[in-house]
Design a protein around this ligand. Structure first.
Ligand SMILES: C[S@@+](CC[C@H](N)C(=O)[O-])C[C@H]1O[C@@H](n2cnc3c(N)ncnc32)[C@H](O)[C@@H]1O
Length: 209
């Protein structure tokens, strides 16, 4: 165990298994460092013209670190689990340390829903990877993140030409339909093999009409 702590939303922990780091959120396996293709695709969907990006969910920092490879980007990273932000600042993993210490990153301890709703800022890209998607929630209260009210708020916070991207562990026709009432939607399927099992992760990309 690298680190573990209780939060008002349940236990958060970082665990090392050989070379692999695992993130446990609310007692549930959230992700590990073994297979991160989709976390990187999420970052790579951000257009080259972007300058300001909001990342919902720090996790192990793969999406944020990928974005930071672009020198022109400034990131706001919003994370619900306070201890994870502290561990990033302490450099508990090298990647989290790199993200936390980069002067182009602002780490915010907040619920993404409250953060976006309270903001009057604008971003060129807003990336949501805070839960598994609406089909399998780690935090029940994150259901709101996939609902039309919050998604409308997100779209309103985009700068002209901006995009909203939402990571899901599986296709969600309901989410795609909700998004389609609000914006133009593209579906990106990302086939992944984990421990001999095949998965198709999905990123929905929404752009205001
Ligand atoms: C799957 S991880 C993100 C993975 C990240 N894309 C990466 O590349 O490592 C999800 C993260 O979102 C955080 N989270 C969960 N619900 C949240 C919320 N409502 N607002 C902000 N962060 C949240 C979790 O604590 C966790 O750190």
């Amino acid at each position: 165990m690298l680190a573990r702590a209780q939060t008002p939303q349940g236990e958060v922990a970082l665990r090392r298994r050989g070379d692999v780091v695992e993130l446990i959120v609310n007692g549930v396996f959230a992700m590990d460092s073994a297979e991160v293709t989709s976390e990187l695709v999420l970052a790579d969907l951000v257009p080259a013209t972007a300058r300001r990006v909001l990342v919902g969910g720090l996790g192990l920092g793969f999406t944020a670190d990928r974005l930071l490879a672009r020198p022109e980007l400034q990131l706001d990273v919003v994370e619900l689990a306070g201890p994870l932000i502290e561990w990033a600042r302490q450099g508990v993993t090298a990647q989290l340390g790199r993200v936390a210490s980069d002067p182009r990153v602002q780490l915010h301890h907040a619920d993404i829903a409250a953060f976006v709703e309270a903001s009057d800022d604008h971003w060129d890209a807003l990336l949501l990877d805070v839960d598994n998607g609406p089909t399998f929630l780690i935090h029940d209260q994150n259901a709101a993140v996939y609902g039309s009210d919050f998604l409308r708020h997100c779209l309103a916070r985009l700068a002209p030409g901006g995009m909203l991207a939402i990571w899901c562990e599986d296709a969600s026709p309901a989410l795609a339909a909700t998004l389609a009432t609000l914006a133009d939607v593209q579906t990106h399927e990302i086939p992944v093999t984990r421990e001999g099992r095949d998965f198709t992760y999905v990123v929905y990309l929404a752009t205001p009409r």
